[in-house]
Design a protein around this ligand. Structure first.
Ligand SMILES: Cc1cc2nc3c(=O)[nH]c(=O)nc-3n(C[C@H](O)[C@H](O)[C@H](O)COP(=O)(O)O)c2cc1C
Length: 178
């Protein structure tokens, strides 16, 4: 696939068919993430790969949703996690210049989404796991003092048509200051 075609083809996929993603493809996707730039070359990312255990993440989101703002959005996202094949939890393990590390991880996630697209695998970038971070960490035995949950990525073969989005045009977002 041409580079621009991959960029255009990548869309948030929220419904998936019941088809397993191979370990080889999961690792290709994560490898693409490792090629991203990172501030001070800190590579501040860690990835936890969940298959069966993602069910507990769904359960935690359902359990705590009504105590949180954006509860409907959290519930909707939990359906996508339930439905997907593989859930990646993306952690930041470096607290120095945390904002820069977050940007580095954003770049890393986008690389993974683009690689998934090129492999014909649907993906969804998920922020909605963060409100239940402490519960997730306690379930997985992760020490919240050493790393921070930044996002999750759901992966699966698509079972949906995506609606067209009208994006901001280049002329709307640039200003030339000569
Ligand atoms: C940081 C971040 C967090 C996101 N969190 C969620 C989420 O929790 N649930 C969800 O359904 N979509 C989530 N999205 C996906 C956006 O809604 C989506 O990218 C946007 O609507 C544009 O659609 P597109 O990805 O198909 O281009 C997130 C995207 C980003 C960048």
């Amino acid at each position: 696939m041409e580079f621009l075609e991959v960029l255009k083809k990548r869309r948030s996929i929220r419904k998936y068919i019941n088809q397993e993603i191979s370990k080889e493809n999961i690792e290709k996707i994560i490898y693409a993430g490792t090629l991203s730039p990172s501030a001070h070359f800190r590579e501040p990312w860690e990835v936890i790969v969940l298959k069966e255990k993602k069910k507990e993440i769904v359960h935690l989101m359902e359990k705590y949703a009504d105590k949180l703002p954006n509860d409907q959005s959290i519930l909707k996202t939990s359906y996508s996690i339930d439905n997907c094949d593989t859930l990646l939890l993306i952690y930041c393990n470096n607290f120095e210049q945390f904002q820069y590390n977050l940007l580095s991880i954003g770049a890393m996630i986008e690389n993974m989404l683009l690689q998934a697209t090129e492999l014909g695998i649907g993906s969804l970038w998920i922020g909605n796991v963060c409100p239940v971070e402490l519960q997730i960490n306690s379930y997985l035995g992760i020490d919240s003092n050493t790393k921070k949950l930044v996002s999750a990525v759901a992966l699966g073969y698509s079972n949906q048509e995506v609606k067209n989005l009208t994006r901001k045009g280049v002329s709307e977002i640039i200003e030339y200051i000569d």
